[in-house]
Ligand binder design. Sequence first.
Ligand code: FAD
Length: 317
Amino acid sequence: MRDGVVVVGAGIAGVACARELSSAGIPVQVRERGRVVGGRMASRRFDGRPADLGAAYLTVSDPEFAEVVRGWQAAGLAREWTDTFVAYDGESCREIPGPMRWAAPRGLRSLAEQLGRDLPVETDRAVGGVGPGPTVDGEAYAAVVLAMPGPQAASLLHPELVAATESVEQQRWSPTLAAMLRFPSRRWTDFRGAFVNSHPLLSLVCDDGDRRGDRAAVLVAHTTDAYAARHLARPTAAGPEIEAAVRDLLALPDRAEHVHVHRWTYAKPAGGDTPVTSFHLDADGIGLAGDAFGEPRVQTAWRSGRDLGRALARRLA
Ligand SMILES: Cc1cc2nc3c(=O)[nH]c(=O)nc-3n(C[C@H](O)[C@H](O)[C@H](O)COP(=O)(O)OP(=O)(O)OC[C@H]3O[C@@H](n4cnc5c(N)ncnc54)[C@H](O)[C@@H]3O)c2cc1C
């Protein structure tokens, strides 16, 4: 058996977990199927400029996460964005105060990347199966962490890993489409971010130029889960309808000159009972971490990864 732990998934939960293990002196490898780290903290470049297509912003209440965020701020990677969004309800629009929302000038992915900078992360390395032992693609390790949405973890788990399989099968997830819309110029009244209530298509629209701080004429719209569910097979085909809905909502005179639609099949855990623990760790040596263990937030995923990393470090010490 090989020493150490394999963490599958280099989203914020996997990276936070691997950091804890590494700082406790436990050998750890992170395997990520994507070309880059970050997972749903996804910033994709369009003509060299990143736009956030996954998480829209961060909120912070955990004191230890606040320290991490202050570190990102000191490095120039994160900044306080706004505590005031607007909410559209049919024809009415009102301001609503809320918690401070943090944004990242280089995109939220840069934050996960910074947290994972000294860790052995292999990208373009999809794991195909996790078996009893535990094994990862046939090789045995002291423990394996699956830091990803439950349905993705379920597809990897051997049926003999009953406890982990039962845990992921309890999770319910909903989809979202996220559309980047680049306009010829900024022709909207300042609004930062808008919750769109009771709309057949839109749930959130954010001013990505304001969020990023470069004042680019870029909006990012998220759809409702019901609309996304109907368009999962052909997300790009939904682009014109999403664009028209955003123009109608904000009374924009110009059409977008570039529209890109990203599909999140597993965007957010969909309600249900809040789990009593912030992670899963069982006698088979399988750990599960992510935002399914609480509110669907970056902070939840980070905390889940951190807590699982600490629990594993205690077990393996
Ligand atoms: C559209 C959208 C809007 C959101 N808005 C907000 C918001 O405003 N504020 C907020 O706090 N949160 C928001 N969230 C939630 C936030 O993005 C997540 O809570 C957080 O990023 C989850 O991190 P994670 O590490 O648990 O999972 P993920 O980021 O999903 O990471 C899982 C990783 O596992 C990898 N993986 C999967 N299968 C394999 C495999 N077989 N082998 C190797 N790697 C694999 C994936 O490629 C991925 O990188 C939003 C999410 C979405 C999708």
